[in-house]
Design a protein around this ligand. Sequence first.
Ligand SMILES: [Zn+2]
Length: 338
Amino acid sequence: MKKVNGLLSPGFINCHCHLELSHMKGMIEEHTGLLKFVNQVVRQRNTHPEQIPTAIEQAEATMLKNGIVAVGDICNTTDTLFQKAKRKLYYHNFIEVIGFEPAQAAENFQTYKKVYDDYQQVFHPRQLSLTPHAPYSVSTPLWKLLSDFPGNHLLSIHNQETADEDEWFRSGAGGFKDLYERLQLQQAPVMPSGKTSLQTYGAYLKREQQLLFIHNVFTTAADIQYAKSRFPAAFWCLCPNANYYISNLLPDIPMFIEQQASLVLGTDSLASNYDLNIWSELLRIQKHFPQLTIDQMLPWATINGARALKIDHLYGSFEKGKKPGVVQVAGNEITRIY
Ligand SMILES: [Zn+2]
């Protein structure tokens, strides 16, 4: 038998990426906080449209090199479709819906439904969802349209990424109050409820909805228990490098483990990361929580991710009948063996 250095792992699953933002690498300043970050993405994402296709192609090649075999990818546009059609990686495409003004919910829905329809030309509906962006950027009637959309067997949502989010839902104050005023909305997208963000929008979704909560920097044990009772098959996606880049804060990961939350990993986009590399995400976690071992975290990067994207019949573990890919990690050198 041939001996290998380091460890052999099934291919990594990246549960949260925005491949279409790959041209924004290095454009946005670090540690400014979420509200400023999102503002910069909106302002700058179209400054060099000619760079978008090449950046997408290179970013996908980077993921392949880093041992990633499947991706949960957020799409506001069809920019990535040309590359995904080459089928070099498995993708679940979350067509992401944003719409602040309640009176415009139907219009907002139609805008993104068109993007969804374009993806349907290339992808089977099981690899597609029409998904909410975040609790603060989707109006209540738009939530209803998304919750009722028949193709939405799996959803993803940017959850509790900033303290301002819960502040709005609990008391109607903070950064989102200012933002809604600046946008001169006729009505706030969602009304404060006195509860946390998750414990408010959870009621808009169908019970047992399969979903991925992304970021979760301010999620509490009570939020996890609430989600467990309503959405027992939910997964919690950690994007530690992006959290570090944007706000220099990480979720309380040991608390998630204590609460027996199902954890997975994501890189987020190159607008808020230095690389698209799941192994680097594990190393970031270890830097902040040295008590966590690679053995403990490796399932988050592999089998849990495959379960979250509903592809564990093919990916995520070395089992008969699967084609999970084989990745060697020696030191921090990643080699894709198969
Ligand atoms: Zn994201």
